[in-house]
Design a protein around this ligand. Structure first.
Ligand SMILES: Nc1nc2c(ncn2[C@@H]2O[C@H](COP(=O)(O)OP(=O)(O)OP(=O)(O)O)[C@@H](O)[C@H]2O)c(=O)[nH]1
Ligand SMILES: [Mg+2]
Length: 235
């Protein structure tokens, strides 16, 4: 008689959205691979050597033909992870702001029963290095998400997250940009269990931020659009 199979091992994948991050992506991929061997970099049509450098560091690289934004890059990554049957997805930026040493804590919180774990810079002092405009924006959108989603979180815009695939597959597709408020609100309204952990998140040292004047001006409009869409159409 053949032995009965043991419990199925949890398959974890790390997704790293990247746009022109050749200065940091090698180190990030290397450090993530020490904790999660399967790393996928979604190269959002970088014009520098991001894709080559990520491949040299051992990541699978999926390249967009044109630049579409962080949310679109994540959409590509989620599809990859769900189609291949991964159980857990860890999401981490390519610019070095998200220290991979927090990965075990994110995974630990998932195994405690949470569906979505968010790394918060507001549970420690690192939020202080951000400009007041950015802090005020994060605080406002977090307040809005808490009010509308019945949550008690502190950093709704953080992109450092971990998900159970079973939970993620219930969420609708992300918008191309400014995806975080929409995703968190939808997750809350669909009853996903959400937890934050404290993550130190220094300012980006290299490369170029997604935030420029036009991003700042569009941000509230895009978020308002997302919030309305969730409230009206996604239940
Ligand atoms: N800037 C930018 N980043 C993208 C894009 N697509 C994917 N990314 C990646 O998405 C992640 C988050 O983007 P960031 O520009 O770091 O956004 P942020 O952390 O909110 O902003 P900073 O604190 O200024 O770095 C990074 O790993 C980027 O490389 C894009 O179209 N533009
Ligand atoms: Mg960043």
């Amino acid at each position: 008689m053949s032995p009965s199979p043991g419990p199925k091992a949890t398959r974890v994948v790390a997704l790293i959205p990247a746009h022109n991050e050749e200065a940091t992506v090698f180190e990030v991929v290397r450090a993530v691979r020490q904790r999660i061997p399967e790393v996928v970099v979604i190269d959002d049509a970088s014009s520098d050597r991001t894709a080559q450098v990520a491949r040299e560091a051992g990541a699978v690289v999926i390249s967009h033909a044109i630049n579409r934004g962080v949310g679109a890059a994540l959409r590509t990554g989620y599809r990859y992870a769900l189609e291949r049957g991964f159980d857990v997805i860890v999401q981490i930026d390519a610019d070095g702001q998200h220290d991979p040493r927090y990965i075990p804590q994110l995974l630990e919180a998932l195994s405690e029963g949470y569906d979505l774990v968010i790394g918060s810079r507001f549970l420690n002092e690192s939020y202080r290095s951000y400009s007041w405009v950015r802090r005020a924006g994060i605080r406002f959108f977090t307040w809005l998400g808490n009010r509308l989603g019945g949550l008690r979180i502190t950093d709704i815009t953080s992109g450092y997250r971990a998900y159970k695939a079973k939970a993620l597959q219930h969420l609708g597709p992300l918008p191309d940009r400014h995806w975080a408020v929409e995703q968190t609100l939808e997750a809350a309204r669909k009853g996903l269990r959400i937890k934050e952990i404290s993550v130190e998140m220094p300012l980006r040292q290299k490369g170029r931020s997604q935030f420029d004047l036009s991003t700042f001006l569009w941000y509230p409009i895009r978020v308002a659009d997302s919030v309305l869409r969730i409230l009206l159409f996604r239940r």
